[in-house]
Write a protein that binds this ligand. Structure first.
Ligand code: NDP
Length: 250
């Protein structure tokens, strides 16, 4: 369904982003994989281009560096003939009691989860509005990966992480209203616990916050399927917000 489209996926080197990239490529999109770890990007691009029979290009970039992100997004548009879909997925950050937190960790979480989304979105907007106006699909998409932490009342220890995810939720809704008449859909996906490096590395979340008994956590492919569903709706349908939790997450 996404034949002749180009999708930029930030944070495509692992977890949800890698799964989203593979799923969009399987629908026929050319995927531009953006992240910092070159080896992981090369591995994924190789798998999509050879094993999966899709089309992927890799772009090494840090989403917190605005100029580099703009140069990269412009390069994608040149290389691929435009940009139809932006998936703002790169994210992560600190999680823990405020009294023992390092201020620098809070700042880097805001830099990544908020400014990273702003940098990529600002750079992609001219390409997306152009695609919506000129491409046969008649619509373009910005999908931002927020979190259940950006939807519900924030819980203890989620402080700055929740703040950043609420921020991108507010940004996405304002974008939705501003861009509706230009046929650029702004959708928000809010995952519950997903088994990725973020939840298994022990850096970001406490083990209690990431355990789901029984059926277990979501898998990256569950979120990838949600993103694909969102961007493959007919052009008169806009899915604005999807909250996806593991069945047993309370
Ligand atoms: P991962 O740690 O597996 O993936 C994070 C991705 O972000 C990596 O590809 C990483 O690539 C990239 N990234 C991190 N910093 C930067 C940067 N400065 N510039 C460019 N890319 C960067 O975690 P997830 O897949 O779990 O996380 C993806 C998104 O999903 C995040 O926004 C997260 O907040 C959200 N989320 C995750 C949940 C979960 O339970 N896992 C739940 C709810 C939301 P690299 O290091 O190569 O740059």
């Amino acid at each position: 369904m996404l034949k002749d489209t180009t999708a930029v996926v930030t944070g495509a080197s692992s977890g949800i982003g890698a799964a989203v990239a593979r799923a969009l490529a399987a629908e026929g999109a050319t995927v531009a994989l953006l992240a910092r770890r070159r080896d992981k990007l090369a591995e994924l691009a190789g798998a999509i281009n050879t094993r999966d029979g899709g089309r992927a290009r890799m772009y090494e970039a840090d989403v917190t560096h605005a100029d580099a992100v703009r140069d990269t997004i412009d390069a994608v548009a040149r290389d691929c003939g435009g940009i139809d879909i932006l998936v703002n997925n790169a994210g992560g950050g600190s999680w823990g009691p405020a009294v023992t937190a390092e201020l620098a960790d809070w700042h880097s979480t805001v830099e990544l989860n908020v400014n990273g989304v702003l940098n990529a979105t600002h750079a992609a907007l001219p390409h997306l509005t152009r695609a919506a106006a000129t491409h046969g699909r008649g619509v373009a998409d910005i999908v931002t990966i927020s979190s259940v932490a950006g939807r519900r009342v924030p819980s203890a220890n989620s402080n700055v992480y929740s703040a950043t995810k609420h921020a991108v939720g507010a940004f996405s809704e304002a974008l939705r209203q501003e861009l509706a008449e230009q046929h650029v859909r702004a959708g928000l996906v809010e995952p519950g616990i997903v088994a990725t490096e973020l939840t298994t590395s022990g850096h970001a979340y406490t083990p209690e916050a990431t355990s789901v008994a029984g059926y277990g956590p979501l898998q990256p492919d569950d979120i990838a399927a949600t993103v694909v569903f969102m961007v493959t709706r007919p052009r008169h349908v806009a899915l604005n917000e999807l909250l996806v939790r593991p069945t047993e997450q309370t």
